[in-house]
Design a protein around this ligand. Structure first.
Ligand SMILES: [Zn+2]
Ligand SMILES: [Zn+2]
Length: 282
């Protein structure tokens, strides 16, 4: 099977236009925001927005669409008020995903702020185990690897694995690895470090629990702890690592999404480059 290569799609005139835009970029699979990523309280979707979306999705051949949750959601926070708003936002997000038949939702694992990291991860687990099975939705919630900026959790595979093995029911949870974040967090993707990084992921998280890849090059250097995405091949990761991912026996089966800057001008170019790497067997 050919790798499924797509992009985060920004929409301007309604969610249903995502498929037309994805077609222009050459994206096989789509990641969208179902609401503004910088606000907590988004209104539930009305039928007049859901129906045109489902119709456009069908017409496009029912491609895989995933959602990325609001950046503000921090279920690991030591502050009760922050967690309460996060619960509310995640509940609404999961309801929107159900209405839009979106099977996968990418979630940042949050920040410990000034608190102990393990205690923060335990809060994340408690919140998710209470919330996710009680929302009417089948959407699987994916823990995304972080770059380790600030006090963000999920920057080591041990942390991602620690949380994942405690989440239940297991089939409602999975992971998303972002190449930029992982590289910035100190996991090399060059030379022999490439195989070593994926072996560590398999050991601590499990490649069978990897649902989604975010393919982004990195403006920051290895272990810089900086979350700044760059165009494929233009950053410190470089083309070769992406070529290896797209030809890797197991990784090539995982749907992948770019979240690179300047979408209108660059998404088409980045996707064409990745697809040529996936095809090129020389
Ligand atoms: Zn993310
Ligand atoms: Zn990022």
């Amino acid at each position: 099977m050919e790798p499924r290569i797509g992009a985060h799609i920004r929409v301007y005139r309604g969610l249903h236009t995502a498929f037309e835009i994805a077609g222009e970029y050459g994206a096989d699979v789509l990641q969208i925001f179902t609401a503004s990523p910088r606000q907590y309280r988004a209104k539930p979707l009305e039928a007049d927005r859901i129906d045109p979306y489902i119709e456009a999705w069908r017409e496009a051949g029912e491609p895989l669409v995933i959602s990325h949750a609001s950046y503000l959601i921090n279920l690991a926070s030591p502050k009760a008020g922050v967690r309460e708003r996060a619960r509310e936002a995640l509940t609404l997000e999961l309801e929107r995903c159900a209405a839009l038949r979106i099977p996968l939702l990418v979630l940042h694992m949050g920040s410990a702020l000034n608190d102990d990291r393990e205690r923060s991860m335990a809060r994340l687990v408690t919140e998710l185990n209470r919330l996710v099975p009680n929302v009417e939705s089948d959407t699987r919630v994916l823990m995304e690897t972080s770059a380790g900026q600030g006090s963000s959790i999920g920057c080591t595979f041990e942390e991602v694995g620690w949380v994942l093995e405690r989440l239940e029911p297991a089939e409602r949870f999975g992971t998303c690895l972002d190449t930029c974040h992982t590289f910035a967090a100190g996991y090399g993707l060059h030379g022999s470090a490439f195989d070593d990084t994926w072996a560590q992921y398999d050991e601590h998280v499990g490649l069978d629990r990897l649902d989604v890849l975010h393919l982004n090059d990195s403006k920051g250097e290895l272990d810089s702890r900086v979350d700044r995405h760059d165009h494929i091949g233009n950053g410190h990761i470089g083309e070769e690592a992406f070529r290896r991912i797209l030809r890797h026996e197991r990784l090539r089966a995982v749907p992948c999404f770019i979240e690179t800057p300047d979408d209108i001008e660059w998404h088409g170019k980045n996707l064409a480059l990745l697809k040529s790497m996936a095809r090129d067997t020389g």
